[in-house]
Design a protein around this ligand. Structure first.
Ligand SMILES: *[C@@H]1O[C@H](CO)[C@@H](O)[C@H](O)[C@H]1NC(C)=O
Ligand SMILES: *[C@@H]1O[C@H](CO)[C@@H](O)[C@H](O)[C@H]1NC(C)=O
Length: 374
């Protein structure tokens, strides 16, 4: 009697334990698998609004150019972000001139850098580019990639008007240092400035707040947690279209793509690297600026919002303003146009493309008038 009771108890225990193990396995294994399968299924559908271009050794970058004629306006996105952020502006400007948007290596629809191993391969054909300069995920490499993409591979009409926000602004400046004959105008929108980490608060914020947050995001993406959160609408994507910036084209589904990227650990990993190597990027920019005078033919417009970010501390906002002042007065010695935008929205150029459209059009017309093309 006693022993059969114990047996039953044991049986129930084992049964419960087995159920628990099954549940645990289910929770640990199934979401990542579902996420992986979904990413695979979604990927081919998401890049249909542009084209992959081989920039050497089979590494393909995503590029979307629309419109006709010179100059070519090229947009470069903030740190860790993709060309989606420029789609509304591209849509508005493509009736005026050629307008290109692209994804930097590893982000969005673009392949990650191939790594240094490729350079040692002996079977490289002679007419292929033999060597990449620059470290992956730093500005030197980014501007070289951009040069290959726009000139060698896809051959867009020159000159270029470069429009960069945040890290994109550093890429635009570095590009102009390296290839000054290509560029007629720069728009730097809330640009990162290479002296920003001279401020300890910012360096600390960047490496001890922003990057750990991205690491957590990457982990939960890999575990399939982000997909569940996205499906249940418990987290939102950084960008989502509204009535004022919606693009009427079934191939361009910004919202789907943004959800996909939020669940894509490989994309987030590249975003982390762009952040992580920012100190290298800054030191490359400092060096480039010391070595060579800025092209006298490229004119510059710096665009700032009146307040950088109300969610950041006063210290950080103040240091940000000082870096902007340094860029305007010390680096460019005031030989720039300065525009202030009345918006508290960090991504105003996505949510309200009209705010930038007319000032970019002005510079297109100015170039055409100078060439007698207007
Ligand atoms: C600057 O513009 C002049 C006149 O258009 C041109 O001859 C010269 O090559 C340009 N220089 C650079 C650095 O682009
Ligand atoms: C950037 O930071 C890394 C890690 O802290 C460090 O190893 C590297 O030397 C730094 N590079 C520069 C240019 O400061």
């Amino acid at each position: 009697m006693f022993s059969s009771g114990l047996k039953n108890l044991l049986k129930t225990c084992i049964h419960t334990l087995w159920k628990l193990v099954q549940l645990l396995l289910f929770v640990i294994i199934v979401p990542p698998l579902i996420n992986y399968a979904s990413l695979k299924r979604e990927a081919p559908l998401l890049g249909q609004h542009g084209l992959p271009y081989d920039i050497g050794f089979g590494q393909k970058l995503f590029l979307r150019c629309r419109g006709k004629g010179a100059p070519t306006v090229i947009f470069d996105a903030p740190t860790g972000m993709t060309s989606d952020i420029w789609l509304p502006l591209q849509e508005n400007l493509q009736r005026t001139t050629t307008v290109c948007i692209y994804d930097r290596a590893g982000l969005g629809m673009s392949d990650p850098p191939l790594g240094s191993t490729i350079q040692q391969k002996s079977d490289v054909k002679e007419n292929e580019p033999t060597k990449y300069r620059g470290m992956d995920f730093t500005v030197e490499k980014m501007s070289e990639d951009l040069n290959r993409l726009m000139t060698a591979t896809s051959q867009q009409p020159k000159p270029f008007i470069l429009v960069g926000a945040d890290l994109g602004a550093i890429v635009a400046r570095f590009y102009t240092q390296m290839y000054e004959f290509d560029v007629s105008h720069l728009f730097l929108i809330d640009p990162l400035v290479e002296n920003l980490f001279d401020n300890e608060h910012w360096k600390d914020h960047w490496y001890n707040k922003i990057i750990p947050r991205l690491h957590a995001m990457q982990l939960s993406a890999a575990m399939g947690v982000n997909r569940i959160l996205v499906l249940t609408r418990m987290i939102n994507t950084q960008l989502s279209t509204t009535a004022s910036n919606n693009i009427d084209d079934t191939n361009i589904n910004i919202n789907h793509r943004q959800k996909h990227l939020l669940c894509n650990a490989a994309h987030i990993s590249s975003a982390i690297r762009e952040h992580f190597y920012m100190n290298e990027t800054f030191s490359q920019m400092k060096l480039a600026w010391r070595m060579k005078a800025f092209s006298s033919n490229a004119s510059v417009t710096i665009v700032n919002r009146r307040q950088y970010d109300k969610d950041l501390s006063k210290n950080l906002n103040q240091a940000w303003d000082e870096s902007q002042e340094f860029l305007r007065t010390q680096l460019f010695r005031n030989r720039i146009q300065h525009r202030l935008i009345d918006s508290t929205d960090k991504y105003f150029f996505f949510n309200k493309p009209d705010l930038l459209e007319s000032i970019i059009k002005d510079s297109i017309n100015q170039w055409r008038e100078q060439k007698g093309l207007a």
